[in-house]
Design a binder for this molecule. Structure first.
Ligand code: NAI
Length: 795
């Protein structure tokens, strides 16, 4: 042992292990709990496959568990269904008391939970004790509040129902809290599947549910791996799926649940940029990097794993990082003085090693500190890769380990381009002492969370979630609550729907080659009338079968042209809400001037009498004014969070929206979907009703006279189901809306998995988008995505 004087000389640390006796005793006692938790009791899953959970720091087996098969999943979903109505019918205050009791119990068991999580996952006790578990308690407290307030604050919204929730291994208990707390606050019940690598803290949580007397069936937990997860999310008794994990699995869930009429939120992978400008506080940025990519061994979906540094300070920053890395302590995660623990599993360690080897082969230079790794356990040192080319493996693949890949830039524009040069869009961390620089970049970076001079901050009040292939939906705050509620204007019919239902055969319109005197209504692309690429038009017939006109038969190429035009028309998204409102008011005014003509056209196409046609025009004008009114009022939300930060939950447009209009109400149906998207700043490509397209082809004359910038509103007529496929497949379509058939919805959802565009489509046979109640803030919420910007503010 060193003498005190020696220690004072070299300031070395001795081991400071946390006492793990109570957790080891818990692990040894009552093996019945290593099981599923269904309807308020542990269920053995006797004949099921079994798997082991391993302590990463030692390689020891901690417990053996069953992997739920169909019988257990069936029972869990049935228990959740049976409990749902009673739970939703409780007064908000009574649900709040339960969530509050869960929060209190988490705090009471905080030390136990921290030690258990550290043992099962390998992460340092310092982090589970100071970050994971306090955030879990905070999450339940915050959502106890939402349960209390939901009836007032989410008027007109009802719980989604039974939720299947699948979580990863990197923050097992925290991810459980992120999923369970808002669901319960909203009046939903859940079946949750923890990751197979880290099933234990969910069992401790099940014990807490029993301890506080949570009604049976409100929380159910099924253990198992991906096979169990797939069976759970595909179960027909589930109304919503919430998933956190890899982008590949998220994509497979999107495909598997297509057409099943389930709400879906996906929190997926990332490759988040950590951008250091030349005027940054370098020492603060060095500590920022430590928190960005070495926190939790880099096993963080929003890890700042791509360092983008201004070339003038790159050498200095790299040198300071290397020095700092030498001081990081890696080892027994139960040691309170440890900075980094073990990687979650041998498989994950192998994966990290393989990616780093590939990066080196591609020319990256690797730095790792000199200290030896512990002899047992799955450890990997903090690592810095420099000389990383932007398109290389190290810069593009999610490593999910303690590996930082560094690239330099020269100008803020180049930094933005590099930051956005990824298929992901989860988070970004920006470092500069110049407020103009960081706010300018914050606005342009495509990420759901932006930290300014900070990184990896989380709070229950701050919405968290991704752009692009990092998924959709938000967790935390009001936006997170809305994921578990559905507007009552949108009944979601449940029942067995074939998950592979093909789209009904598109009606084959009666076509003819365009030629001679061309009376065919054209397509409207990039602010101009355009002939359909294929040169064909189709005959539009009125209610009694008489030909009432012709419309262009658009094809794939026409959709592509329209998407290209919309993608270029960024000006609309950059306008202020006020400017968009002015243009929309003008649109309404111009439609009012031509009301007679438009009403006549509606009557001709769909019959129903003049009075009905007049009413549709009237409602259309009112709807335009409604969204003009909203255009400058869909405000960002400012939330206070723990610590010296406040967050701005900004509503940003997605970009290019595909819109499939319903067959009913040829004008109002289209406008009811197009307007919220436009008011929120999106540019659109709209496919009007196939049998009744002429109101929208007339409408482009109104667009032309109303100062709507070219490319903002594009119209392609033709066979809707065919055109829908091209929109759903297209990588530059950022979001897809529609009122269509069940088959078209299934097809679009499945195909949307390519670039993971969110799909918001309703069944036109059950939901009337022209109805008076189908409007308002909730639609604007769905037409936007939230960017949460963390700003240093306060003391
Ligand atoms: P994963 O995505 O396979 O696992 C996450 C969860 O999904 C687990 O509970 C798993 O059992 C479940 N699951 C797996 N396949 C499923 C399916 N077909 N249907 C439903 N549920 C399914 O992640 P994995 O394999 O553990 O890690 C691989 C890589 O994924 C990591 O190296 C990392 O890059 C990324 N990842 C990202 C996470 C994030 O938070 N964004 C979390 C975990 C992993």
């Amino acid at each position: 042992m060193n003498a005190v004087t020696d220690i004072l000389k070299d300031m070395s640390y001795g081991p400071a292990p946390e006492d793990d006796a109570i957790v080891r005793e818990w692990l040894a006692a009552t093996p019945e709990k290593f099981a599923h938790f269904v309807d308020g009791a542990f269920v053995a899953g006797t004949h099921e496959r079994r798997f082991e959970t391993i302590e990463p720091a030692t390689g020891r087996v901690l417990a053996e568990l069953p992997a739920a098969g169909t019988t257990t999943i069936e029972a869990a979903v049935a228990a959740a269904r049976a409990a749902q109505k009673g739970w939703a019918d409780l007064a908000g205050h009574d649900r709040a008391k339960m969530l509050y009791a869960l929060a209190r119990a988490v705090q009471r068991h905080a030390r136990f939970l921290a030690v258990l999580e550290t043992i099962d996952n390998g992460k340092p006790i310092r982090e589970t004790r100071d970050i994971d578990v306090p955030l879990v308690a905070r999450h339940f407290y915050h959502h106890a509040g939402w349960a209390e307030l939901a009836a007032d604050e989410f008027r007109g919204m009802a719980p989604v129902g039974v939720c299947a929730q699948v979580i990863p291994w990197n923050f097992p208990l925290l991810m459980l809290a992120w999923k369970v707390a808002p669901a319960l606050a909203a009046g939903c019940t859940v079946v949750l599947k923890p990751a197979e690598q880290t099933p234990l803290s969910a069992i401790a949580f099940a014990e807490i549910c029993m301890e506080v007397g949570l009604p049976k069936g409100v929380v159910n937990i099924v253990q198992g791996d991906g096979e169990t997860g797939a069976a759970l999310v595909g179960h027909e008794g589930v109304d919503k799926v919430a998933f956190t994990g890899s982008t590949d699995v998220g994509r497979s869930i999107r495909v598997a649940t297509a057409g099943q009429r389930k709400a879906l939120s996906l929190e997926l992978g990332g490759k988040s940029p950590f951008v250091v400008f030349e005027d940054a506080d370098i020492e603060a940025a060095v500590e920022g990097v430590v928190d960005a990519v070495w926190f939790n061994q880099g096993e963080v979906c929003c890890a700042g794993s791509r360092l983008l540094v201004h070339e003038s300070i790159a050498d200095h920053l790299h040198q300071r990082l290397r020095e700092r890395m030498e001081t990081m302590r890696l080892g027994n995660p139960l040691d309170k003085a440890i900075d980094m623990g073990a990687i979650v599993s041998q498989q994950q360690l192998t994966r990290v090693r393989a990616i780093v080897e590939t990066a080196q082969k591609e020319g990256a230079r690797l730095f790792q500190p000199a200290a030896a790794l512990p002899e047992t356990g799955t450890f990997y040192p903090p690592s810095l890769l420099t000389n990383v080319a932007p398109a290389s493996t190290a810069a593009s693949v999610e490593i999910f380990g303690p590996v930082l890949a560094s690239t330099t830039f020269r100008t803020p524009a180049e930094a933005i381009a590099l930051a956005n040069d990824t298929r992901y869009g989860l988070a970004a961390s920006l470092w500069s002492e110049n407020v103009s620089t960081v706010l300018h970049v914050a606005e342009r970076v495509e990420a759901g969370v932006v930290w300014i001079n900070a990184t990896n901050l989380f709070d229950a009040a701050a919405p968290f979630g991704g752009y692009r292939e990092s998924g959709y939906g938000r967790e935390g705050g009001a936006a997170g609550m809305a994921e578990y509620l559905k507007p009552e204007c949108l009944p979601a019919p449940r029942g067995k729907v074939a998950d592979t239902a093909p789209a009904e055969a598109a009606p084959v319109p009666e076509t003819r080659p365009a030629g001679g005197v061309d009376r065919t209504a054209k397509l409207y692309v990039a602010g101009k009338q355009a002939r359909p690429d294929g040169g064909y038009s189709y005959i539009v017939r009125g209610r009694r079968g008489a030909a009432v006109g012709e419309a262009g038969l658009g094809n794939r190429k026409d959709i592509r042209n329209a998407v290209e035009a919309a993608a270029k028309a960024k000006g609309w998204s950059g306008l202020s809400g006020h400017q968009r409102a002015q243009i929309l008011y003008y649109l309404g005014e111009n439609l009012a001037e031509r009301a007679e003509e438009f009403a006549a056209r509606i009557e001709l196409q769909v019959g129903g009498g003049r009075r009905a046609a007049d009413a549709e025009i009237d409602a259309s004008i009112r709807r335009i004014f409604h969204y003009a009114a909203w255009a400058d009022k869909h405000d960002a939300r400012v939330t206070s969070t723990l610590g010296r930060h406040t967050t701005l939950a900004m509503n940003e447009p997605f970009g290019v929206a595909g819109v499939l209009a319903p067959d009913a109400s040829p004008l109002l149906g289209s406008l009811s979907l197009a307007l919220p998207l436009l008011a929120a700043g999106n540019r659109i490509v709209l496919v009007p009703s196939t049998p009744a397209p002429l109101s929208m082809t007339d409408f482009y004359q109104v667009l032309e006279t109303s100062d709507v910038p070219a490319g903002t509103f594009n119209i392609v007529t033709g066979a809707r189901a065919d055109l829908a496929v091209t929109l759903a497949d297209h990588d530059d379509v950022d979001v897809l809306w529609g009122a269509a058939t069940a088959g078209e919805i299934a097809d679009c959802e499945r195909r949307s998995a390519g670039n993971l565009k969110p799909v918001f489509m309703v069944d036109e046979t059950t939901v009337d988008v022209a109805a008076e109640e189908f409007k308002g803030r909730r639609l604007l919420d769905r037409a936007s995505r939230i960017k949460t910007i963390w700003i240093p503010y306060g003391v």
